[in-house]
Design a binder for this molecule. Structure first.
Ligand SMILES: Cc1cc2nc3c(=O)[nH]c(=O)nc-3n(C[C@H](O)[C@H](O)[C@H](O)COP(=O)(O)OP(=O)(O)OC[C@H]3O[C@@H](n4cnc5c(N)ncnc54)[C@H](O)[C@@H]3O)c2cc1C
Length: 318
């Protein structure tokens, strides 16, 4: 049996967990799921091939606490003895399985794209912000692995029965709750989220200042686009971290990604290589971003971006 750690947001199952379930099913064993605190969410998992959903219930689990979630998993492992535990390669999925691995002194393979059952399990996983695919053998029982986001398609199973739902009370102790989410801060956004935007106008160090983003915002507004940025920009405090694209920011997949004054470091490309087309605006004809770009304009962005905006306005007015 394979046990999958499923995440949900107020009862709505996370898409990346559905992708993890699809990879788990491909291992050819019955699939059971564990989720924390929402029996309503559990019912939807039958359609994704889950036979039994184990719902961890304890009021102390109301706020996310990584060690407490890991305790829920290890409690189940003792009882159910699955051959593998699979999670989505999200911040939480990777963090919880890292705790589980440390407690059980087992190896953990994060961000897998393909897995072949066996002993050891053979797998391919994403390393170095997406610039390397590693072939590896995963020893240890149970096998602990997470699934790289958007590398496996979620899929439903025809004629699946509703899953059995079994609640359990994990044996939490105070140490499991030392680290937990204390507060959710609302972020102010322009209304279009980076993750969902069809067009993104993104700026790097070449934009020069927080005020310099004004011309990018103007263009973004015309294109119904979101504004993104590089890490240099967030480190300088010109834009919030929520706008950062890259390995340690958001991974985006718009139809068009307009990179203004961004050099194209691998850690940035890791976040925008899912774009269908990349337009680079850069004063340096040798900038590395040109290797990833479909189109490029070589020149000063403070002239080029307003010129594009003006042309778009003209075209719309005529
Ligand atoms: C572990 C780790 C994780 C990281 N994660 C991320 C991440 O998630 N996202 C990220 O972006 N980076 C990340 N980085 C940082 C990354 O390595 C680069 O330092 C960063 O992406 C560079 O940002 P930039 O392109 O804005 O700046 P620079 O590399 O300084 O490039 C500025 C570009 O602007 C151009 N330019 C300058 N003036 C103009 C002008 N007037 N008009 C047009 N072009 C102009 C220059 O030619 C240059 O190409 C990470 C680094 C590490 C080590």
């Amino acid at each position: 049996m394979i046990l999958v750690l499923v995440e949900h947001d107020a009862g709505s199952i996370d898409e990346l967990s559905l992708q993890a379930l699809a990879l788990a099913r491909a291992l050819g064993e019955p699939v059971e799921a564990m989720l924390v605190g929402s029996a309503e969410a559990a019912g939807a998992l039958g359609a994704h091939g889950v036979g039994t959903v184990h719902v961890a219930e304890d009021e102390r689990l109301a706020a996310y606490a990584p060690a407490a979630w890991a305790r829920c998993v290890t409690d189940l492992l003792e009882r159910l003895e699955p051959s593998a535990v699979v999670a989505a390669g999200t911040n939480r999925g990777n963090e919880v399985l890292a705790h589980v691995a440390a407690r059980l002194d087992l190896p953990f393979a994060a961000n897998c794209t393909q897995v072949v059952a066996g002993s050891p399990m053979r797998l391919t996983r994403v390393r170095w912000g997406g610039s390397l695919l590693e072939e590896a053998a995963l020893h240890g029982s149970p096998a602990l692995l997470s699934v790289a986001p958007h590398t496996v398609a979620a899929a439903t199973v025809d004629g699946a029965d509703a899953p059995a739902i079994e609640s359990f009370a994990p044996a939490l102790d105070d140490a499991d709750l030392l680290v937990q989410v204390a507060e959710h801060a609302e972020t102010v956004t322009s209304g279009i989220s980076l993750a969902e935007a069809k067009v993104i106008v993104s700026g790097g160090r070449g934009v020069g200042s927080a005020e310099g983003f004004g011309i990018l915002e103007e263009l973004a507004e015309l294109l119904d686009a979101a504004v993104g940025c590089s890490r240099v920009v967030t480190s300088a405090g010109w834009r919030p971290h929520t706008d950062q694209v890259g390995q340690t920011g958001t991974k985006v997949s718009p139809d068009l990604y307009i990179a203004c004054g961004i050099s194209g470091a691998t850690q940035h490309i890791a976040g925008c290589k899912g774009a269908k087309k990349i337009l680079a605006i850069n004063s340096d004809a040798e900038a590395p971003i040109l290797a990833s770009a479909d189109y490029a304009v070589i020149g000063d962005l403070t002239e080029i971006v307003p010129a594009i905006t003006a042309e778009l306005r003209k075209a719309r007015e005529s």
